[in-house]
Each structure stands twice: as structure tokens, then as C-alpha cells.
Design a protein around this ligand. Sequence first.
Ligand SMILES: [Zn+2]
Length: 150
Amino acid sequence: MTDLSDFLFGSDRSRLNDIAEGLLALQKGRCFYCAGAVRDGGDVDHFIPWALYKVDLGHNFVLAHSSCNQDKRDMLAATGHLERWVERNDSESVTLGQVFKAARFPFDADASLSVAEWAYENAERARALVWIRCRAQTARLTAEWRECFK
Ligand SMILES: [Zn+2]
């Protein structure tokens, strides 16, 4: 008998591969976080960590080195990354929409933006550390992130 969870996992996995390929092309083969060349296909990373928000929406995905993805873990990315993410979702909205549609993946740019604003607001209130780059380089989140939403 087919195990339903295996089946879903398999189908989600192939859709995620489609998204990885689309994002890698959009990012010109480079890691979203460190801009280094991605040579092994990389990882699809939840920009707003899955631990904070458990709904998969396309715009929340970026392509990153496995090492960057694993180092970032459940942290929010620093303001410089947030600025590039907001900018990317705006300037590449047509291409991103095509990638998500082709992969039959739900997406809603405004919802993703609202989720990000909510997550960064909470993090600022909690005086949380945000992730800058590998080897767990972090900093306290300052109110500067708010500039990204103006
Ligand atoms: Zn990287």
C-alpha cells in the first residue's frame, strides 16, 4: 500500500527542486546570502524561518549554499539581507510568479511581506540576534529594518 505521507513528500520534493532551479537561474548561480557561486544545486531556504511561520509561500524562498542555510538555522537574516529580499520580490515579481506557477506552488507577495514585517517586529521587541553570515556571525536587530518597508 502506498504511504500517503511518502507520496506527498515525494511530490513536494520535486516541486521544491523546480523552485530551486528557478531561483538559481534568477540569482545567476549565486547564494542569496553570501553571493558565492553555488556548485551543488544549493538549498532552498525559508527566508522567514519555518520555525517562526509554518506556511510555505513562494516569495519566502531563497536559494542558498547548504552551509549558509545550515548556519542560519532558525534565525532571521540581518537587515542587509532583508533589504535585498524585499527588493528582489519587487523587481523580479514577474519571473518569480512564473517560477512558482510552473512548480504549482502557492504564492502571495503581499502576504509574504506582511509575514516578514510581523516577524521582524517581534524580533526587535525581543531584542533578538539576527544572522549576518557563516560561522554564526550575528548582531542585535536594530530599528533600521523598518526602512525596508517604506
Ligand atoms: Zn552562501
